[in-house]
Design a protein around this ligand. Sequence first.
Ligand code: 5AD
Ligand code: SF4
Length: 466
Amino acid sequence: MSTSLVPFNGITFTVHTFGCQMNKHDSERVYGTLESLGAQAVDTVEESDIIVFMTCCVREAADTRLYGQVMSLKNVPLRPDSPLDKRIVAVGGCIGQRDGNKLIEKMPHLDVVFGTNNLSSLPQLIKETMRDKQHHVATVEESSTEATELPSDREHSWAAWLPITVGCNNFCTYCIVPYVRGREKSRPLEQIAAEASAYAKAGVKEITLLGQNVNSYGRDLYGEPKFAEVLDAVAESGVDRIRFATSHPKDLTDEVIERFATIPNLMPALHLPAQSGSDRILKAMNRRYTVEHYLELIDKLRTACPGIALSTDIIVGFPGETEEDFQQTYDLVKHVGYAQVFTFIYSKREGTPAAKIDDPTPHEVIQERFDRLVDVVQQGAFDYNQPFANKTVSVLVEGASKRDARLLVGRSPQNQTVHAPIPEGMGISDLAGRFVNVKVEQARTWYLRGSLVAGPFDHDQTNPEL
Ligand code: 5AD
Ligand code: SF4
């Protein structure tokens, strides 16, 4: 970053984020970077001098939404007391990386485009636009962990995302991510350990380790995956709760599974995308595991950590999927009994190998399969929650419910959403970012509801030794 930067004093901005946790984390870096230069985050586009979109191109729906939102800005006037004479609109993230200059051709009122590896260039690009009123575009191809060093302004002071790798080497045939995020790069273990312990010292209660495939962490740096060591190092920080996403089943090792038994602050929840329950489709997706292997992992996880909350991603309608293939997916989802399943209809992404496969299956057939799957997903979530009725769970409070300000909302160790009335005499500011014990009265499909029976505490009561 240039030292000649004029700080953005008096300038306001908003950041609009689409997509995954990695994007949300990148947005925290945009907040941190612009704020460190004097800009002020505001709530609405009407008040914003700079508008940044952090975009996702994993599925087509996100592309369409971006164009709609950017185009609609044309009708929103700049606030009268803005120090700028024209609003600056910037698009970053995956669509910025993929489309670069093409975005400006399509949307001429866009000022700045920056790629997934150009987060640190954003202030410079904005400054150049302020000066010369021209468009500025930066999209370097090679992935870099540089952005992980930028200042970050976290959404919640008690929760932190900690990126351990950027990029992906897997090339699942449907997926655009390796093309827009580049090859996998790991951050040094010491750096991760130091960051985790700084977070714990600063009062962070939950750290979520991030990477497209955390299980292959370290292969580029150390010649072998070392994710289990990352978990050990982060556990040493003493942070109350550790989570991670995402895991690729082909790289999930016995050592990592064993950590669920041995690290008390590693939460009993794992997101393990299956994508399909058909070996034929898994092969066509280049996933490099079989259903049998996947089920073995599930067994081992349940042995190491009884009651672990398993979640997954499923794609319905991958090109060439037959009714029989789909039935196998349906059976897998039913058999595993996931706490949560993220279901997606296959979306063709130009440039990926799967985009070249023709599939005459009508959309209605795929939609009908999707609807059938959603039914079994809901049943699974409901069944998973039932044993929690009448039990007491430790909840990290996130805030008040948006629908009813008298309710607190937080998360159980299994990552279930938990609601409970805020007790008389307490406000949400006494509770947010702290732990309470909630006795569950109702176990519903998507949440548990109960009453606060103890707390607030500064540490997670599921781990009394902490
Ligand atoms: N179409 C539909 N779903 C996709 N995903 C990734 N690429 C596509 C695509 N082209 C899903 C996968 C992945 C999740 C983040 O998004 O299930 O795990
Ligand atoms: Fe995409 Fe596969 Fe990499 Fe996940 S592992 S980001 S699905 S290529």
